[in-house]
Write a protein that binds this ligand. Structure first.
Ligand code: CMP
Length: 152
């Protein structure tokens, strides 16, 4: 993918939305295009970490313990948990359609963050927003589960 197109895609990714043009270009320089076929696992739950991904075309399922928990589409990013925690992959991401993704290796991404505190702060801000949203969704889900139990 041409660098200008990659920058335009990454600009729509919440994780990178706050970045200045030069910061975005630094991220684009590290990204490579990858292609996946329908049914192919992009990352596998339990395996050692690897790149951080942003989907540019197509759709993929997030599967935890064999259950689909979410569907991802263009602009969705994933793979940050293994990157930051150094933990095994927390979910399988399986292509639903042909998927194109921009991948950034963990060592390149971590080196970029280490060298650029402003960029790191913006990414941390977005990750904390994402955690807050997930906490609200989880709270609602638990509330609904309780409600279902009470009413049944
Ligand atoms: P990581 O653990 O590196 O690899 C699997 C990725 O799936 C994970 O990072 C997150 O980016 C993503 N992921 C894990 N659980 C969920 C979830 N419940 N909803 C959406 N994405 C998730």
């Amino acid at each position: 993918m041409p660098k200008t197109d990659a920058a335009a895609v990454l600009k729509t990714v919440p994780l990178f939305a706050g970045l200045a043009r030069n910061e975005l270009n630094d991220v684009v320089d590290l990204a490579r295009d990858e292609l996946y076929s329908p049914g192919q696992d992009i990352v596998t739950e339990g395996q050692a970490g690897g790149p951080f991904f942003t989907i540019t075309e197509g759709r993929a399922d997030v599967i935890v313990h064999g259950n689909k928990v979410r569907e991802l589409g263009p602009g969705s990013s994933f793979g940050e948990m293994a990157l930051f925690e150094g933990s095994p992959r927390s979910a399988t991401i399986r292509a639903n359609t042909h998927v194109k993704a921009l991948a950034i290796t963990s060592w390149n991404f971590l080196a970029l963050l280490q060298d650029n505190w402003d960029l790191t702060k913006k990414i941390l801000a977005e990750l904390s927003r994402r955690c807050a949203v997930d906490a609200v969704v989880e709270g609602l889900r638990r509330g609904e589960a309780k409600g279902t139990k009470k009413n049944s």
